[in-house]
Design a protein around this ligand. Structure first.
Ligand code: EPZ
Length: 420
C-alpha cells in the first residue's frame, strides 16, 4: 500500500499545468454512449475514477483506450445495457451512465449507487426526472431496472440544483422526442463543458451555466474531438497549498472565472492573486489572516469540494474562521486527522470553527476521502517535520499525480510503499 511522505516548512515556487477536470470528463464519458461513434477526449486526466468509467464502457461492449493524454472511446459496439454491482460500487457517480444508456438502448439496469464517505448520495431527483421523461423504473433488491420504449421531452423542475441529476437528465433528454427544459438546473462549469461536448457531437443543448437548460431531443449524434476543461478544484487545491506553505506559484490553464469565490477568500486572507489569459498566479507571504465565514453552496457559491483544502490552508492563520458545509452531511471527516497535526478545529453539525495556531506538527495521518486527503497534503506542507499520509488511493481518484505537481512547485513530497 502506498503512502505520501511530506517534509514541511519550505515554501512553494514555480509553475504547473492544471490537469483536465474529473467532474467534467466523467459525465462526458457517459455522453459518448449517445454518439455510437468515435470520440477523442484531449487533456483527459488519468484518474482512478476515469479507469472505473472505462471499465463500465467496456462492460457495455464499447472500446476505450489511451493515446498519449487523449482518451479514445468508440461506442459503436454497445451490446449491453446493464452495469454490474461491482462496477457500480467502484464509483458512486456511475449513476451518471443511467440516462445515456436509457437514451441509447431504451432500457438500463444497474445497482443503486451506494453512499460514500461524504454521507448518503441519493439519486431520487435523477429517477424522478427520468420517470417524467417516460421511463418506467423499478427498484427492488438494490437493483434499478429501467425501461423506456420512448422518451418524451418535458418541462422538468429540480427541487435542488443537483449536478448529477442535471447531467443525467441532459443525456436522457438527448434521446427524448421533442424539447426538454430542466429548471433549477445546476450551474457548475462542468455542466457547460458537457453542453459544449454534446453540441460538438451534433446535439442542440443550450442554457448550461444558467438555471434552465434546454435540450432539443432525437438529433443524430456523431463522434468528435473535444478538449476537457481544466480542473478548477485541483487549481483551488494548489492555490491553497501555496497559501499554506507560502511562496509564489503560477497555475497554467487555471481559469479564475471558475474559481472566483476561492480566490476572493485567499485575497481576504492576505494572498496576492493575479489572473491572466493563460492561468492564475498566487503570492503568499507571511501569516494569513482569518476570513469571514465560509459557507459552501451550489455554483457560483463557494464550492464544497474546496472546503477541506481551504480549511487546511487556514490552520495557522491569525484568528478564527467559521465554515458551514451545506451540501454534504459528512464532509468534515478530515478534521480529526488535521487535529492530529495540532490543528484547533471544533465541529458542531455542519459548522466547523478553525482557530489558527502558531505551529503544526508532522504526524502519521490517513485519507478519509478524496478532498480530505488533498487537505492533508496542504496542511503537511506547513507542518514542522515529516507527515506520512496513508490510504492515498482516495487522492488518486481525483488527482493525476499530486506529489508530482507539488514537487514541481518545490514541495518536499514523495510516494513510497508503506512498510507495515
Ligand atoms: C457532484 O456530485 C460532484 N461529483 C461532487 O464532487 C460535488 O461535490 C457535487 O457535485 C456538488 O458540487 C461529480 O461531478 C462526479 P449533487 P453529485 O447531485 O452530482 C443531494 C468531488 O470531490 N441530492 O449536486 O453527486 C445530495 O445528497 C466530488 O469531486 C439529492 O438529495 O452532487 C447532496 O446533498 C464529491 N438527491 C446535494 O444534493 C439527488 O437525486 C448535491 O448533490 C441528487 C443529489
Amino acid at each position: 500500500m502506498s503512502q505520501l511522505l511530506v517534509r514541511g516548512g519550505g515554501s512553494l515556487t514555480g509553475e504547473v499545468a492544471v490537469q483536465g477536470a474529473k467532474n467534467s470528463v466523467l459525465p462526458i464519458l457517459a455522453a459518448t454512449l449517445l454518439t455510437g461513434g468515435q470520440v477523442e477526449l484531449r487533456g483527459c486526466p488519468r484518474l482512478r475514477d476515469v479507469d472505473a468509467s472505462i471499465r463500465i464502457l467496456k462492460t457495455l461492449g464499447c472500446d476505450a483506450r489511451w493515446e498519449g493524454d487523449s482518451l479514445l472511446a468508440d461506442t459503436a459496439g454497445l451490446n449491453r445495457c446493464a452495469v454490474s454491482d461491482i462496477l457500480m460500487r467502484e464509483m458512486r457517480s456511475s449513476a451518471i451512465f443511467l440516462g445515456a444508456i436509457l437514451a441509447r438502448c431504451g432500457e438500463a439496469e444497474m445497482s443503486y449507487p451506494g453512499g460514500c464517505e461524504l454521507g448518503p448520495r441519493p439519486i431520487d431527483l435523477h429517477l424522478a426526472g427520468l420517470r417524467d421523461l417516460g421511463a418506467e423504473i423499478r427498484d427492488s433488491g438494490g437493483m434499478l431496472r429501467c425501461r423506456a420504449s420512448r422518451l418524451r421531452g418535458r418541462d422538468l423542475v429540480l427541487s435542488l440544483p443537483s449536478v448529477g441529476a442535471t447531467e443525467n437528465l441532459m443525456l436522457a433528454a438527448c434521446g427524448a422526442e421533442g424539447v426538454t427544459t430542466i429548471a433549477n438546473a445546476a450551474r457548475e462549469p462542468e455542466i457547460v463543458d458537457l453542453q459544449e461536448f454534446l453540441n460538438a457531437c451534433g446535439a442542440a443543448v443550450s442554457g448550461a451555466g444558467t438555471s434552465t437548460v434546454t435540450v432539443v431531443g432525437k438529433r443524430p449524434l456523431h463522434g468528435c474531438t473535444y478538449e476537457i476543461m481544466p480542473d478548477r478544484i485541483v487549481a483551488a487545491t494548489y492555490l491553497c497549498a501555496a497559501a499554506s506553505a507560502g511562496g509564489e506559484i503560477y497555475l497554467r490553464k487555471a481559469r479564475e472565472s471558475q474559481l472566483s469565490t476561492v480566490t476572493a477568500v485567499l485575497r481576504e486572507a492576505g494572498c496576492v492573486v493575479r489572473a491572466d489569459r493563460d492561468g492564475v498566479g498566487c503570492v503568499c507571504r507571511g501569516r494569513l489572516g482569518s476570513v469571514r465565514p465560509v459557507r459552501t453552496a451550489p455554483y457560483p457559491g463557494f464550492p464544497t469540494d474546496a472546503q477541506a483544502v481551504l480549511m487546511a490552508a487556514l490552520l495557522r492563520s491569525r484568528g478564527a474562521t467559521v465554515f458551514e458545509e451545506t451540501i454534504f452531511e459528512n464532509r468534515y471527516r478530515h478534521v480529526d486527522e488535521l487535529v492530529r497535526m495540532g490543528a484547533d478545529i471544533r465541529v458542531a453539525g455542519r459548522v466547523a470553527v478553525v482557530t489558527g495556531t502558531e505551529i503544526l506538527r508532522g504526524a502519521p495521518v490517513r485519507c478519509t476521502d478524496l478532498r480530505g486527503g488533498a487537505a492533508l497534503c496542504v496542511a503537511a506542507l506547513a507542518a514542522e517535520g515529516e507527515t506520512s499520509i496513508a490510504e492515498i488511493s482516495h487522492i488518486d481518484r481525483g488527482y493525476e499525480c499530486i506529489e508530482k505537481d507539488l514537487r514541481t512547485l518545490g514541495a518536499d513530497i514523495v510516494r513510497t510503499e508503506l512498510t507495515i
